[in-house]
Design a protein around this ligand. Structure first.
Ligand code: ADP
Length: 234
């Protein structure tokens, strides 16, 4: 969590702190029950006041909680943006990814459109034998080809797809923040979630190394998380 600390001389310093589980619990209690005294918080957590003191100091210092004499602690409601950044970095792609919808590169443009409609997706992931990533096809890739004279019942998606190694991917262990950052940087709506793997390919009669597709993460996943964070679910 990043916090701006105003210094007495007018400078502003930024510190990054990681909230502990106990600090998160304190915030939840104060949010729900505040104003609440430190004795009451301690009782809820079955801890002593002395044990809680450093946590309460940190939380008031960074402005998450405020303390009023003879009233108790209450939540300032200010730091939600800090929490969102914090949680997005902790949340992993594997926790939120969707099932991949894949096709081979020889399916026709027509069939790709039908799959997108039936599966309610905006990007189709194209795989080789064994589920290794070959490319991606977006809605606009498909729309563009309909502007020409192409026979959509004959032309394969391989003609319009963005091919590896130009496909931007993410691993299940990376953070949701990193996924969102890549989508913004590369101006794409989604990323295949992949792990490096080798498979024995019948077609090539040998071990083939590549990126096995294990999921997908899209702007829709990110928007859902954003709404859940706003509602206090994460
Ligand atoms: P749309 O084209 O429907 O607006 P995108 O913005 O996701 O959807 O796609 C823009 C272009 O980027 C398309 O040509 C598509 O093939 C390509 N593309 C989509 N996803 C990726 C990705 N993960 N990596 C690289 N290119 C991608």
């Amino acid at each position: 969590m990043k916090c701006e600390i105003p210094w007495p001389n007018g400078y502003k310093g930024v510190i990054v702190i990681q909230l502990t589980l106990r600090q998160k619990k304190i915030i939840e209690i104060v949010k729900e029950k505040g104003p609440i005294t430190s004795e009451q918080i301690a009782a809820q957590l079955s801890l002593t006041r002395a044990t809680l003191r450093p946590d309460l100091s940190v939380l008031t210092m960074v402005g998450i909680l405020e303390a009023k004499p003879r009233v108790g602690y209450y939540h300032t409601e200010k730091p939600l943006p800090f929490f969102i950044g914090d949680e997005l970095r902790q949340l992993k792609v594997k926790d939120v990814k969707s099932r991949p919808v894949v096709a081979r590169d020889d399916v026709t443009i027509y069939d790709a459109v039908v799959t997108m409609v039936l599966e309610d997706i905006g990007t189709l992931i194209i795989v080789e034998e064994g589920g290794l990533l070959a490319g991606v096809v977006s809605r606009k890739d498909l729309l563009k080809i309909t502007l020409g004279q192409a026979d959509i019942h004959k032309v394969p998606v391989g003609v319009v797809m963005t091919r590896c190694p130009n496909v931007i991917t993410i691993s299940p262990e990376e953070s949701v923040y990193e996924a969102a950052r890549k989508m913004v940087q590369y101006q794409v709506d989604g990323l295949p979630v992949v792990v490096a793997n080798s498979i024995s390919a019948k077609e090539e009669k040998k071990e083939v190394e590549g990126l096995e597709v294990v999921g997908r993460i899209t702007k829709t996943n990110i928007t859902k998380i954003f709404v859940e964070l706003g509602a206090g679910i994460y």
